[in-house]
Every structure is written in C-alpha cells, then in structure tokens.
Ligand binder design. Structure first.
Ligand SMILES: Nc1ncnc2c1ncn2[C@@H]1O[C@H](COP(=O)(O)OP(=O)(O)OP(=O)(O)O)[C@@H](O)[C@H]1O
Ligand SMILES: [Mg+2]
Length: 632
C-alpha cells in the first residue's frame, strides 16, 4: 500500500503550495522576493540556468536542463539558450518575437518544447520559480498590473522592478464593481502551472487553415451569458479561454505555425510586436508569454519565399535544430528510444546500435573540402576521436563549413522502426548489427522521401558501416581470445619499452631470471613496429619519440601507460592479434573442433558473455561471423 501513502504525500505537498492573501500581503512577498514578478522569459531562462551548465576544455557548454534527454545537440542548445532565452530574459527585443525551431523530422524539436513545459510545471512549484496572480483571473494576471500607471514609477523606484502590463478586461471590471477600486483588497493566489489544467501552458494546433477561428487563440463571446449582460464588451460575456490567454505568464506551443493561413498569423503581429493582443470588443490585452513554434526547413523556405510574409518574418526568431552528428550520441538516442518502447527486453548484441549510428551519421554529413578529410574521418573527428594523419584540425572550422549540415539525412525514428521490423523477422532471441543493417537496407525501398541517387549513396553508407562493424567484431573476438587482454598488452608494452630504452641509451638489458646482460631484442621491437608500417630507416626516430613522450609524462608526474601513445597502442594490439591470428582463424572456422579447440571456444564465449555483454547465442553467432571474415 506504499502507493497510497505516496499519493497522500503528493497531496500534502501540493496543499503546502497553496497560498492566498490580499494584494497588500502580496506586496510584502514582492518586497522580500522580487523574483516573483519576473517576466515569463526570465523565468524560463532562470529555470534552465538553475539546472546547471558544464563547460568543457574547449569552452563548449552543455546545459543540463536539456542534456539529460537530448543528446548531441549541445551546440544548437547553447545557441538557443544564449541568443534567445538569455537575451529575452534581459528584456531585449527578442522576447517579443515568436521563437521558431527549425529542423528536420524527428530531430528533437518537440522534445525541446516538451522539456520546457514539464520544466515550468515543476519550476513554478519551487521557491525560485514561484509566481502569483489575481484570484479568478482567467489569464492568471500579474497582480502588480492593478497599480495605476501614474503610481508605477514610484513603485518601480522603490522596489527596483518594472511593471509593464495592462489590467485585463475581466480584472478591470472586478476591481471596479466588486472591490470599489480598493486594490489592496483584491485577493491574490499562488499559481502552479499545469498543462492539463490549462494554466500557464498552452498548445495551439491549427485545424483546417481556411476555417481556423481566431477564437481558439484569443477567446470568444460566451453565448450562454451574453443575453444576461447584454453587451459584447462586457467582460462577463466573454470567455478568455484562448490558448494565448491560458498561456499567459508561461509558454504557448504553436504547432505547425507555418501551415496556418497568413491572415490568421497577422493576429500574432501585435502580440509579438507590442506584447499585447486584441480580443473581441476589448482594449488590447497584455500578454507576457513565450511563444514557441516549430517547422521543417522546406516549409520555412517556402514561407520566406513569399513576399507577403515579410512583416511576420521579421517578428520571428529562427533557431536551427539540426540532427545530432556524433556517432556515440546517436547510439544513446537509440538506447533511449528502445528503452521507451516494447523492444526493451530484446537482446541487441554489442556494436549493433553503433553500426546503425555510423550509417545514420554518414547520411547527415556533408563532404568537407579540406584535404584529407573524407566523410569517415570527419565522422570520427566529430565524435571526438583522434584520426591518423590529421592533427590540429579545427573541428569548429569543419562545423562552420556548411551552415545546413545535419538538416537532412536519416532520422532516429526510422532506425528504431527498422530495428523493430528486424526483430519481427528473426526467430532468434537477439539481433545483431548485420540484422539491423540488412533491415535498414530493405527499408530504403519503402522510404517515401528518398530519391534514387540518395538511395545509391545510402546503400554505399550501409556497406561502409558494415566494414566498420567487421573491424569492431574482429577486434572483439581477438581480444576475447587473449587471456586477460589488458594485462597481456601491458606486459608486451613494458617489454618493448625496456628494450627501446636500452637501445636509445646504448645499454644492455639484464635478463631478470639469469641475470645475463643481453643486447636489446631487435627482433621483438621490429615485430611490433612493423605492425604500423615503421620502416627500418624510421625506427630510430620512432623509438626516440617514444622516449621523449615518456620523459614528458614523467615531468608532469603522469604515468605513461598503454593508452598514452595512440600508435604504439595500435602496434601492440596488432602484434597481439597477429600472434593469435591463426589460432583465431582455425578455431572459429573449424566445423569439427577437437577437444582443445572446443575448450577454447567455450572459454572465449564465456568471456564474451561475462566481459563484453553478449548472450551465449549472440556470442556464438559473432564467432561464426568473425571466422568467416578471417577466412575470406
Ligand atoms: N538529439 C536527440 N537526443 C535524444 N532524443 C532525440 C534526439 N533527436 C530525436 N530524439 C528523439 O526522437 C523522437 C522524435 O523527436 P521529436 O518528436 O522531438 O522530433 P521533432 O523534431 O519534433 O520531429 P517532427 O518534425 O517529426 O515533429 C523523440 O522521442 C526524441 O526524444
Ligand atoms: Mg514534433
């Protein structure tokens, strides 16, 4: 019955948040905590800032408010927060513009808006995000708007804040009729935003553009009371229940904004320009809210191509939200989507999602004009890997080469759909990279928006992803064949380094067991160096470079280890694998393993299961596959 207890606790918590008092009481709150009167934009910005920011060594920022749900979009988010939310919070003009998120399908636009909405619901329940309104106001109006214009400068000086809004028609009426102008008596309540209750958060979704009624945005005449009050300009005969009303002080999502008829959009002009809108027969109504819309690139382009939209266009701030371009982040997206779906219990063999992500990212990248940076290398650089032969390349420079990189390509939902359909087709209880790549390939034929040229290109990317996977698979199996891989690599490296040191210093090496003095083991050193193509002539320079690296590490008090020198690590790995190659090849491909081979296979499978995240079945399949690769 724990859940009943939790429900009761929840109710208590919500009850504690209830506050009601008079305008006079509210003034005391404002004096103590002027934050409660902040604008909608400033509240949103503070909510985002409060969740925290991480800055990496290159100065890139990660806003934690978004980064728990959205992966690989840090650059776009940073721009969105800084250029829009931060400026808007400082009352710069951008806050009067509609924020338009523009990006490809399934790129995370709706998720950004959903995070803001959920965030606000929560934030208004905290002390920092608290806000108050005139009781009973359909637009949860800021109580300070009750103060007449003449008196505002004085109050603003005393409290150091700004009061901008006009009292809404309904509150104006109440003040006069019910409270006889006694502002101090007007009741004030604390407001908790809730999308379900339509408080502070609104969503507008256009219906048929021709018959769209502006009332959905700004409210409408209340036909049940109009006869009673006799006039359309009596606020009691009007329902202030449009999305713009309901979202006052908070956020309104404008879905499919550019699909709306342009005449309809004109109504937004005054709101975005002057911060107020027209409803019925009333004076302009002030609104303090963030309006977020989203659209795709094609729709946006045709919108701006239309001259008639110029005025609107200047009232919109467009923020591009391109796809993520990092393989490892793409994998996280799939994991998240799989976790949320009914695929969650299926075993997906290691590296499968990576293979899919490699394909997807390749479809999104644009070929750089820089020398030596092909698509695959660019993909690696973007993902933070260092790439052989490319040093000191400025990633930012690559990123700035194309403004619209990431605006097209394969979307994450497509990949998840293909994984689902791969699952349906298999009778095994797992799927691996090959199943997924095959399914991605088959799906291209059914994909509605792929041209024949694109299809060719995509097929090529699938084969690139397949090759990348093959390398990963081989490495995995070879590693699993080495008893304690890390340790073997370390031993081999220490051995190599001892010899290199002796060689460079013209010294001998002492055999640890016999104590005998020996020449450095040239054969061993060469067998490692040859793995990465170091010629006889270049060996001395290479060895010296390694020694210099070691002493540089020592000076900084850092330990030189297996991962400290990229190329050396690769050489060691290749050497270990080369020694094993025949064993692996024979063991994995034999149809009738002898007793020893069988033992080895079982050992390797056990290691794959224990240390590398396979199931016995998927490990078996991997061995078979790698066996066939090695025998090609
Ligand atoms: N970069 C990302 N990080 C995490 N999840 C993502 C990312 N991009 C997309 N997703 C996920 O993919 C799904 C689709 O994204 P979302 O609905 O936000 O896209 P959208 O841009 O609104 O697409 P549409 O144009 O189709 O409306 C969501 O579940 C979202 O969480
Ligand atoms: Mg969407």
């Amino acid at each position: 019955m724990d859940i009943l207890k939790r429900i009761a606790e929840y109710r208590d918590r919500e009850k504690k948040l209830v506050w009601e008092g008079t305008f006079a009481d509210y003034l005391d709150i404002v004096k103590e905590n002027p934050q409660v009167v902040q604008t909608a934009h400033s509240r949103v910005y503070n909510m985002i800032a409060k969740a925290g920011v991480e800055t990496d060594s290159q100065g890139n920022k990660k806003y934690l408010f978004f980064s728990r749900e959205l992966f690989g979009l840090d650059r776009s988010i940073e721009r969105l927060v800084e250029e829009y939310f931060h400026s808007a919070a400082r009352r710069l003009d951008v806050r009067k513009r509609v924020l338009l998120l523009m990006g490809p399908v399934s790129g995370g636009k709706s998720t950004i808006v959903a995070l803001l909405k959920k965030g606000l619901e929560h934030y208004t329940r905290t002390d920092e995000g608290a806000l108050y309104a005139i009781k009973g106001c359909p637009m949860q109006e800021e109580p300070l708007n009750l103060i007449p214009r003449e008196l505002r400068p004085e109050l603003e000086r005393e409290f150091g804040l700004r009061i901008e809004g006009n009292l809404c028609p309904s509150c104006r009426f109440q003040l006069k009729e019910e409270y006889n102008g006694r502002i101090e008596d007007v009741p004030v309540v604390r407001v908790l935003f809730s999308e379900d209750d339509r408080v502070g958060i609104g969503t507008f979704s256009p219906s048929d553009p021709k018959s769209q009624d502006i009332a959905d945005l700004t409210g409408s005449i209340d036909f049940s009371t109009i006869t009673e009050y006799g006039s359309e300009s009596d606020p009691r005969a009007y329902r202030f229940d449009g999305e713009l009303n309901k979202a006052n002080r908070g956020l309104m999502e404008f879905q499919e904004m550019l699909k709306c008829d342009e005449k309809f959009l004109w109504n937004l002009l005054s709101l975005t320009q002057e911060g107020n809108f027209k409803a019925g027969r009333f004076a302009l109504i002030s609104a303090d809210e963030l309006i977020v819309a989203h659209t795709n690139e094609a729709e946006y382009k045709s919108f701006i191509a239309n001259k008639k939209n110029e005025a609107l266009q200047s009232r919109i701030i467009v923020m591009p939200i391109p796809y993520n371009l990092k393989v490892s982040e793409e994998e996280r997206i799939y994991r998240k989507l799989i976790h949320q779906s009914d695929l969650a219990d299926v075993h997906i063999a290691p590296h499968s999602l990576r293979a899919a992500a490699i394909f997807t990212i390749l479809t999104r990248l644009k070929e750089s004009k820089k020398q030596g940076v092909d698509l695959l290398k660019k993909m690696r650089l973007y993902d933070g890997e260092s790439v052989e032969g490319i040093k000191d390349i400025d990633i930012q420079e690559l990123q700035n080469e194309f403004l619209d990189e990431g605006m097209s390509g394969i979307d994450p939902r497509y990949v998840i759909n293909r994984i689902s359909s791969a699952l349906i087709r298999t009778d095994a209880n797992f799927i691996n990279a090959l199943d997924i790549l095959r399914s991605l390939k088959d799906g291209l034929d059914q994909h509605p928006s792929i041209t024949p040229e694109q299809r060719e290109k995509y097929l090529h990317f699938i084969s690139v992803a397949r090759k990348e996977y093959d390398e990963l698979a081989k490495k995995e199996v070879q590693k699993a064949f080495v008893y304690s891989y890390e340790e073997s690599a370390k031993t081999l490296m220490d051995n190599y380094l001892d010899n290199v040191e002796a060689y460079c210093n013209w010294q001998k090496i002492r055999d640890p067991i016999t104590g005998e003095e020996l020449e450095p083991d040239e054969k061993l050193m060469r067998s490692i160096e040859e793995q990465i193509g170091i010629s006889e002539n270049a060996k001395k320079a290479f060895r010296e470079e390694i020694l210099i690296r070691i002493s540089a590490y020592a000076r900084k008090g850092k330990r030189f280890d297996y991962n400290s020198h990229e190329r050396l690590r690769e050489a060691i790995q290749k050497k270990l694998f080369a020694d094993l190659k025949d064993v692996v090849k024979i063991t994995t491909s034999t149809k009738t393993p002898d007793e020893n081979q069988l033992k080895k296979i079982n050992e390797v499978i056990a290691r794959l299961v224990e240390d590398y995240g396979y199931t016995p079945a998927s490990a078996n399949e991997l061995l078979r596959y790698v066996g066939s690769l090695l025998n090609r």
